[in-house]
Design a binder for this molecule. Sequence first.
Ligand code: NAP
Length: 244
Amino acid sequence: MSSLKDKVAIVTGASRGIGRSIAERLAQEGAAVVVNYCKSADKAQEVVRGIEEKGGHALAIQADVSKVSDIRRLFQQIMGHYERIDIVVANAGMFNPKSVVDTTEEEFDAMVALNTKSVFFTLQEAGRHITDGGRIIYISTSATASSYPGSAVYKGTKAAGEHFITTLAHELGPRQVTVNTVSPGFTETDMLPKDEALRETGRQMSPLRRLGQPIDIAHVVAFLASEEGGWITGDNIQASGGIT
Ligand code: NAP
């Protein structure tokens, strides 16, 4: 794969889990990476240090991306520091497993704010600032293509982003910007419930009989971000170990 040297990437929610692995993988390919976080300042700094120790470039920026004003400040800070943005990964999200009948208005609003509203306005800022030929990648979930109890609000709030992506691909395509969704399956992060029975179900649902690791998702994102990924746009890549 050709290098991402001289490219600037932003990954939302990159202090932990899948976002962290994506940030590290893009840095490994040579991109300067903005590590966005909300609360975990120490962990974000640890990601930056790890990248720098390997000779890469990274910058941690706090922003609560469920707030539009924070998203706009985040992009202004990146433009102020690097004067360009080439790769945007809208990764931050949350999963609160609750049945329909048990979900409160506050829980519903919190999932909408982080899983839907933050994605829309991150994509809006991406569209406004991204370099021609850039790459926009949204991290959804394979759950939007399946069904299980306790996932209604999660699936509904994540699925909206997939529709934002297919439309944005048409709107930015004339500038040679590609816009895609990557949909992980069960992936071993803090978000995945500790419940061993659920984890075993996840392993058995994959033909590969294991849970996904954050790096499994990061490899796919790195390919889409590369020059070689340039003919894929408006698509939803299932990075789920074969779960459907
Ligand atoms: P995670 O381990 O819980 O990490 C979440 C990340 O998002 C953290 O870096 C956290 O930063 C950040 N974050 C949370 N709220 C934020 C906010 N308001 N503003 C900015 N950043 C915020 O989650 P993950 O498993 O890596 O999930 C990443 C994405 O993959 C999500 O969109 C999720 O829906 C999707 N996904 C995950 C799985 C899975 O099995 N893990 C499966 C399918 C899809 P702080 O620590 O600073 O709050």
